[in-house]
Design a protein around this ligand. Structure first.
Ligand SMILES: Cc1cc2nc3c(=O)[nH]c(=O)nc-3n(C[C@H](O)[C@H](O)[C@H](O)COP(=O)(O)OP(=O)(O)OC[C@H]3O[C@@H](n4cnc5c(N)ncnc54)[C@H](O)[C@@H]3O)c2cc1C
Length: 403
């Protein structure tokens, strides 16, 4: 049995960011991760807009991460069926795409030694019948007695299940992702290219001078369950969907790094699930994908997790401060005694709910817009999006505030 104070389940972006936000406020935590090491390989990238950079700056890692990622200035949309073209400026918003491994490594490097413990697979949560403190059950039969638990354990969160949050819904679409390296450099500029064909949409995003990230979205088929386990099959099936795409794009897929290819069916939480979800029970709460999974069309999912980490640490500190005042040792003591943690989590959930509701509604309506073939419905959805959200980039202006 291990006894610990704040335990964060999951060492992905949100779990590490939460540990770092708490550390910056002077609170220790333990991150327990089921994998044997940090997940820094694969073609996972994270698009970060102004709101996400604000959160990274509050965590103190924005400067380092900016050094490796290109500043992107716009999106060029080309419809291969209709021959139409559209160029959208990002209106001065800061937008860069980061290698997910780089964020994870940077967050982890800024944590105190021994904050992360690997190879710990949580299978359930219980409350101690006497103290009501959370007890984490491990797959190997051991338990961790915690004072506070923050579930950052992703889409299939054990903590969210224990909180009885609604499971994610599956979309009939999937995303295929990969990296292509251009050893002599590419000349693709600093814009995103989005090509829509009749069966698939492909976006191509330069990450740095040599590395390019691409994402193909298309209908999911039952065969994809098998293909997703073999990167050669992923590449070959992708080539079938882009037969009519320009030669340079086909070459990019052909030259992609096999080890980087992934194929995932898309999932999401509906806005009404986020509106009514009970995100706290006792001294247990959730953040990141464990709390909210968005249709990945606005490129905001990971940034929302970064925002969660800032708001959560701030709310905790503010509630502890009410009892302890400014003295650090007194605040640590109040935290040890678990006072005001529930009030802090309620405050955090209240602050996050409206932001999540707004952005999940925007991504939900944007998803419907992409999936419908009826022109009338398209016009209706476009009007609704315009009335509710104004400019499509408005989600990037959000400021989660200071840590
Ligand atoms: C096709 C696709 C495209 C996407 N594109 C973008 C994009 O452009 N921009 C963007 O911002 N986001 C994008 N996302 C989403 C983004 O990757 C996620 O929102 C983000 O990684 C979530 O971070 P997290 O830390 O909450 O969860 P995760 O990254 O899932 O981390 C959870 C961690 O918890 C660990 N864990 C899980 N269960 C347990 C357990 N029981 N015990 C111990 N450890 C556990 C896991 O091993 C993992 O390390 C995309 C997603 C998909 C599928």
């Amino acid at each position: 049995m291990v006894i610990s104070g704040i335990v964060i389940v999951g060492g992905g972006i949100c779990g590490l960011a939460t540990a770092l936000a708490l550390h910056r406020k002077g609170y220790e935590s333990l991150v327990v991760e089921r994998a044997d090491s940090l997940r820094t390989s694969g073609a996972d990238t994270i698009s970060v807009y102004t709101n996400g950079w604000r959160a990274l700056d509050q965590l103190g890692v924005g400067k380092d991460l900016r050094e490796t990622a290109l500043f992107l200035c716009g999106v060029r949309d080309i419809s291969l069926d209709r021959g139409s073209r559209r160029e959208t400026s990002l209106n001065g918003e800061e937008f860069r795409v980061l290698n997910k491994g780089d964020i994870i490594r940077t967050l982890a490097n800024n944590l105190p030694p021994n904050t992360i413990r690997f190879g710990i697979d949580i299978v359930d949560v219980e409350l101690d019948p006497i103290t009501s403190d959370p007890v984490l059950q491990l797959r190997d039969g051991n338990v961790i007695k915690a004072k506070v638990v923050i579930g950052c354990d992703g889409v299939e969160s054990v903590v969210a299940k224990w909180l009885r949050l609604k499971a994610t819904k599956l979309l009939p679409y999937c995303g295929v992702r990969g990296f292509t390296n251009y050893p002599n450099g590419h000349d693709l500029g600093n814009e995103i290219l989005r090509l829509s064909g009749d069966q698939a949409t492909l976006s191509r995003t330069p990450i740095d001078d040599k590395l390019v990230y691409w994402l193909l979205t298309r209908k999911w088929t039952p065969q994809d369950s098998r293909d997703s386990k073999d990167t050669r099959l992923i590449r070959d099936s992708t080539l079938k969907y882009i037969k009519d795409f320009p030669e340079e794009v086909i070459e990019m897929i052909n030259n992609s790094e096999l080890g980087s290819l992934t194929l995932h069916r898309m999932r999401f939480h509906t806005p009404w699930d986020l509106l009514i979800g009970n995100f706290r029970k006792g001294k247990v709460t959730v953040a990141g994908d464990a709390m909210h999974v968005m249709i990945p069309l606005l490129g905001q999912s990971a940034s929302l997790g970064l925002e969660d980490s800032i708001v959560l640490a701030r709310c905790l500190d503010q509630e502890i401060y009410k009892l302890a005042g400014p003295e650090e040792s007194r605040r640590k003591q109040v935290m040890q005694e678990n006072k005001n943690v529930e009030a802090a989590f309620d405050r955090y959930v209240k602050e996050r709910r409206m932001r999540l509701l707004k952005i999940s509604t925007q991504s939900y309506l944007t998803g419907l817009l992409q999936m419908t073939s009826s022109s009338m419905v398209k016009i209706g959805l476009l009007l609704l999006l315009l009335i509710l959200f104004g400019k499509s980039i408005s989600h990037a202006k959000y400021d989660c505030g200071r840590l």
